[in-house]
Write a protein that binds this ligand. Structure first.
Ligand SMILES: Nc1ncnc2c1ncn2[C@@H]1O[C@H](COP(=O)(O)OP(=O)(O)OP(=O)(O)O)[C@@H](O)[C@H]1O
Ligand SMILES: [Mg+2]
Length: 299
C-alpha cells in the first residue's frame, strides 16, 4: 500500500501526478507484467494506492545480493520487462522511470514493472487557449533517474516511448555487468557519455564489457542503447526485441504459459516479515485543510 499525505502532495504540486498514476495503473491492470492495482482510497488526510505485493522486493535489491545476474536469468527478467513496457505503450503512455528499483520481483519468479509515478500519457492533447485542442506526440519534461535517461531527454527537443527502450537496455546491462553503463560521480560527465552513445561513441567501460560478453547480448544492448532512429522496437514493432537473436531458443510459448522454469527467487519478504507496530500510530497527524478538489477523480 502506497500512502501519501495529502498536505505534502499539494505542497509539492503533485496532485495531478498522483491522479495520473492511478489512471495509468488502471489501464495496465490486465497486464501480467505490470504491477496490478487493487484499489485506491482517500480519507481526510491521506490517499492510498493498494497494489498487489511483490513478495521478493525489487530487482535492485536482488542485484545487490547477487552482484551480477546470470545470463539465462537476466534473459527471463528481460522477457518480463519488455512485455511490461510494451503494455504501457499499448495503453498509450510512456513509463519514464524504467530502472531496477521499479522492477518488482514476485514469488513465482516473475518480474513486473511498477511505479507509474512519472508516467505520462502519450500522445496527449493540449488546450490551445482558443477553444481548440492539438494532439502532441512528444513530451518535453526532463524527469527520471540520470543514469537511465535516454539522450533525447538531454537534447531537450522532445521524446516519446523510445526512451523506455533505452532505459530497458540500461537495466539489462546492469543485470549483466553490475553497473549502469553511464554512471559517474559527476552528472555532467554522465550526460556527456549518454549523448556520445547516441552518436555511436560508447564509453570505454561499456566497449570492454560488450567485447567480453556473448555476441547476441552485445548486439541486443547496442540495438537498445543507441540513437532513437535505429533503436529496437522504436517504430512500435516489439518483434524486433522478442525475435532478436538474443532470444534465440527462448520458448516464448512456454514463458507466456508459465511452464518455463523461472530463475531461483530471492527470499520471500512477506513470509519472513515480523511486523513491529509499536509506536506506529503515535505520530501526530495534522489535519489536511487544503482543497480536496485537487484530488478529483482519485476515487
Ligand atoms: N507492490 C510492491 N510490493 C513490494 N515492494 C514494493 C511495491 N511497490 C513498491 N515497492 C518497493 O518500494 C519502493 C518504492 O516504491 P515506488 O517505486 O512505487 O515509489 P517511489 O515513488 O519510487 O518511492 P520513493 O520515493 O520511496 O522512491 C520500490 O523500489 C520497491 O522496492
Ligand atoms: Mg520508484
Amino acid at each position: 500500500m502506497k500512502t501519501m499525505d495529502k498536505s505534502s502532495v499539494v505542497k509539492n504540486a503533485l496532485a495531478r501526478k498522483v491522479v495520473t498514476e492511478k489512471h495509468l495503473l488502471e489501464r495496465v491492470a490486465q497486464s501480467p507484467f505490470c504491477l496490478r492495482l487493487h484499489a485506491t482510497y482517500m480519507d481526510e488526510n491521506f490517499i492510498y494506492i493498494l497494489t498487489e505485493v511483490a513478495e521478493c522486493g525489487d530487482l535492485m535489491e536482488h542485484m545487490i545480493n547477487l552482484n551480477i545476474i546470470p545470463y539465462i536469468n537476466a534473459r527471463y527478467y528481460t522477457a518480463c520487462l519488455c512485455l511490461g513496457i510494451a503494455h504501457c505503450h499499448q495503453a498509450k503512455f510512456v513509463h519514464r522511470d524504467v530502472k531496477p528499483e521499479n522492477c518488482l520481483v514476485f514469488a513465482n519468479g516473475r518480474v513486473k514493472l511498477g511505479d507509474f509515478g512519472l508516467s505520462k500519457e502519450l500522445p496527449y492533447s493540449v488546450d490551445l487557449g482558443d477553444g481548440t485542442r492539438s494532439v502532441c506526440t512528444l513530451a518535453f519534461t526532463m524527469c527520471g533517474t540520470p543514469e537511465f535517461l535516454a539522450p533525447e531527454f538531454i537534447f531537450s527537443r522532445g521524446y516519446d516511448q523510445r526512451v523506455d527502450w533505452w532505459a530497458f537496455g540500461c537495466v539489462l546491462y546492469e543485470m549483466l555487468f553490475a553497473a549502469s553503463p553511464f554512471v559517474t560521480n559527476d552528472l555532467k560527465t554522465t550526460f556527456t557519455r549518454i549523448c556520445d552513445a547516441a552518436s555511436g561513441k560508447l564509453p570505454s567501460n561499456m566497449k570492454d564489457d560488450l567485447s567480453q560478453t556473448d555476441e547476441s547480448a552485445a548486439s541486443f544492448l547496442r540495438g537498445l542503447i543507441c540513437n532513437k532512429e535505429t533503436r529496437l522496437a522504436g517504430s512500435g514493432n516489439l518483434g524486433e526485441i522478442t525475435e532478436h537473436q538474443y532470444f534465440d531458443n527462448f520458448r516464448w510459448d512456454q514463458f507466456r504459459a508459465e511452464t518455463m522454469k523461472p530463475p531461483p527467487v530471492p527470499p520471500n519478504k512477506v513470509l519472513e516479515a515480523k511486523p513491529d507496530f509499536a509506536g506506529f500510530f503515535q505520530n501526530e497527524i495534522s489535519p489536511f485543510e487544503g482543497d480536496n478538489s485537487e484530488f478529483a477523480g482519485f476515487v
